[in-house]
Ligand binder design. Sequence first.
Ligand code: PFF
Length: 456
Amino acid sequence: MRENRSNRGVWGSKIGFTLAAAGSAIGLGNIWLFPTVAGQNGGAAFVLIYVGCVLLIGVPVMIAELSLGRRAQSDPVGTFKSLAPKTWWKAVGALGVFTGFMILSAYTVVAGWTVKYILITVSGQFAGANPESIGRIFTEFVGDGFAVLLYHFVFMALTVWIVIGGIEKGIEKATKILMPLLFGLLLLLVLRSVTLQGAVEGVTFYLYPDFSKVTFGVIMAALGQAFFSLSLGMGAMITYGSYLSRNDNLVSSALYVSLADTLIAFLAGFAIFPALFSVSGLSPTEGASLIFLVLPNIFNAIPLGQLFGAAFFFLLAIAALTSTISLLEVVVAYLIDQLQWQRKLAALLVGSSAFLLGIPSALSNGSVSFLSQLWKSSQETLSLMDLVFLYFGKISLAVGALLICLFVGWKWGIRSALKEIRSGYPSFALAPLWTFLVRYACPVAIAIILASYFRS
Ligand code: PFF
């Protein structure tokens, strides 16, 4: 067991932390949403802008969150309470905990769909089915309230079970196995996808940057995607940072996590676009239905498709699981640290309430439009689930990230933050750049995104 300033849980190893934090970041946002958003926003040009957003905004905010958590050794609320006692700043932590709880309730519903899709694919139901019957299988499933709730429950139970295991034995152990498995499976799929007939067209679409398609909206889409994908703005990284030891290098941790997250998203595009183009009649701008409605067609059209299909949905479920674990952990850490609850009781109670809260969301879905709405302003009617993702997955995370930058840059103070960062990385040569980004560039950029949400 490594040492930190308190006797709370602590990561057993640096690689264990990095994998768990990368696990939080990598989820439905990367494998499902990233290719969808990239497809709708010009392919490679979007990818380049996205990388810029990750480096200039995502990484600095992540370093800020990690330094807060490790300094305070506490949950998000406790962190603000201890670094700015008797101020309203603790509300930022409370907003994060509440946001985590709300996102969890809806996220596990979709994560449950991925489990159902593993089973449908394994059972061979998609084999030989035409696009209409594949569409019908999906519509029938999401319309079957009992089945949707069952998988929502299964996924929540799995998440609770791992979080009860605690930091080193639960979260760290699970992600140490799951994350490399995810990476390996994705590589396998990429190899299969790029070697399909006609794949070159898809690769070209994905790699040829068409800057004429870049508008202000595309830049907004990239920024929004970066927050959700990197799990920033609700204290997930504050919580994971609180289990880090004093001599860990926060800067390299943030870089590794962001790199892994971006790499997986990039690879997901490589798994999907070439395969998509090899099946005629499908469009890369398909939207959020890309995976659930379109991929089974693709798997049907390739050799060993049943196997690759099952592997893909398994991979998606793994990615979602390591994200739901972090969503639940944020709330559980709050109850353990602030209200002295037992981990087991906290995980069970929060998991059950999030399950119950998710029921209306689960039953409100006749379509998979919800995540695509996140980064588009649309006049279409939104389901309850759409609304949960919109208000908590999008707006609340941006507000949280903005307030975290302001807190670190102006309230807790850059000096205190740098002292914390330097305890594990004395030379931190890019400190002036990080300071500029956290104090000025990031808050301004995030404020612009928020303004655009409210304007539309
Ligand atoms: N980053 C996750 C994804 O890309 O699917 C979603 C998420 C997890 C957002 C944890 C926020 C969070 F705290």
